[in-house]
Design a protein around this ligand. Structure first.
Ligand SMILES: Cc1cc2nc3c(=O)[nH]c(=O)nc-3n(C[C@H](O)[C@H](O)[C@H](O)COP(=O)(O)OP(=O)(O)OC[C@H]3O[C@@H](n4cnc5c(N)ncnc54)[C@H](O)[C@@H]3O)c2cc1C
Length: 356
């Protein structure tokens, strides 16, 4: 029987961030992952501490960004790959009024480190932006496939990864010890993203007032080839355009709440194409399309920690639309909770749903 401190189910950005905390603290673990329905692998990988509809910060932006950037920088060094590109985001301003709103927001306490107070003129003839751009500071992009591939290889080389589906019905708990096939563990951490809706241990509706804790929010991107666009930054308007190199761009995304299917659709393709044609005026070809499901929650806060029934079964989920920025800091909170007895904040603790 192999003995470990933790079994981890799921290696998206949540599972990976938690593994890093375990490694740092010399805790032993083994990971199960199929890479199926991975939100991490279908995302944009954008690190953006702001909400560019309202020119405000995302939840806990200061804390999350202060942990995320060093986390990905350190991972790049450890894995000898480049994981993080600190590429800026320029937001198209649509009117004089929006220019003014941007300037007012950039002057607000706490926003000046995220919204540059200098407006930028548009010099690219293929972008429709007569009122120019506002520049978002502290942004970047994660090369998530490169990261996950390198991370998996590293785990595999150390016999820490089992690329198999975790079968919930084979899980046993005997005298506070978790047993699964020939592995025994002190705890099991479930980080399956939206697939957690199939986890019988994950709190589902009946016990909880008939309300779902985890809600799928489907998103689709198109990949375009646009040889004349020549974009060196991420461009945000009604969509985000992310340069991938070699004249390829990822363009998205759509939002469809309560949709758990991850097939690409003609409807999303048309929607993205129509919106894109209003932002750029050069020709482009759609060369690919991607769909994924975000693990979101009604109150837009994560679902972390344990339930009253079992303190050995741990959940790390509900990272929503901004998993890359929040996962490193949340993983630290979760680790401190499990191993150092620190309280989880009410808004992140899965137990908050017992108070309905
Ligand atoms: C279209 C789209 C665009 C997005 N864009 C961004 C963005 O630009 N920036 C940002 O910060 N966030 C973005 N997100 C959100 C972000 O991707 C998620 O918040 C994050 O990836 C969630 O990570 P996770 O580890 O919780 O889940 P996942 O990434 O889904 O990982 C779960 C893993 O668990 C595995 N698994 C599940 N069940 C089992 C089982 N029984 N046995 C073994 N393995 C299992 C799955 O195969 C998967 O690999 C986007 C999401 C989508 C869908």
């Amino acid at each position: 029987m192999q003995k470990v401190d933790y079994i981890i189910v799921g290696l998206g950005i949540a599972g990976l961030s938690f593994c890093e905390k375990l490694k740092k603290n010399n805790k032993s673990f083994i990971v199960f992952d199929t890479s199926k329905n991975s939100s991490t692998l279908s995302s944009g990988g954008v690190i953006n501490p702001t909400v560019l509809k309202r020119f405000t910060k995302v939840w806990n932006a200061d804390l999350h960004i202060s942990e995320a950037i060093p986390f990905y920088t350190e991972l790049s060094k450890k894995l000898s790959i480049s994981v993080l590109d600190l590429i800026p985001i320029l937001r198209i301003l649509n009117s004089v009024e929006e220019q003014n709103n941007w300037m007012v927001a950039s002057d607000k306490k706490g926003m000046s480190s995220y919204l540059s107070s200098k407006l930028i003129k548009n010099k690219n003839p293929h972008i429709n932006a007569p009122f120019g751009f506002g520049k978002v500071l502290g942004t970047g992009r994660i090369y998530f496939s490169v990261l996950l591939n390198a991370y998996k290889e590293d785990l595999q080389n150390n016999n820490l990864l089992i690329s198999e589906k975790f079968e919930y019905d084979l899980l046993e708990e005997v005298d506070d010890v978790i047993k699964y096939k020939d592995i025994s563990a002190g705890k099991i951490l479930f980080a399956e993203g939206i697939s957690a809706i199939k986890n019988p241990f994950f709190p589902q509706d009946p016990k909880h007032n008939g309300k779902k804790l985890l809600i799928g929010n489907k998103g689709e991107y198109i990949i375009i080839n646009a040889p004349d666009l020549n974009l060196k930054f991420m461009l945000k308007a009604s969509l985000i355009i992310i340069p991938l190199g070699n004249d390829l761009y990822k363009v998205g995304t759509t939002y469809e709440r309560d949709n758990y299917t991850n097939n690409t659709t003609q409807k999303a393709k048309e929607e993205l194409k129509t919106k894109l044609s209003k932002i750029i005026n050069c020709s482009f070809d759609i060369v690919d399309q991607i769909a994924g499901i975000r693990p979101t929650t009604r109150d837009r806060r994560p679902l972390m920690g344990t339930l009253k029934e079992s303190s050995n079964k741990v959940f790390f989920n509900g990272l929503g639309t901004r998993g890359f920025i929040s996962a490193p800091s949340l993983a630290q909170n979760l680790y401190n909770h499990l191993e150092c007895g620190e309280e989880l904040s009410y808004e992140t603790d899965i137990k908050r749903h017992y108070h309905w």
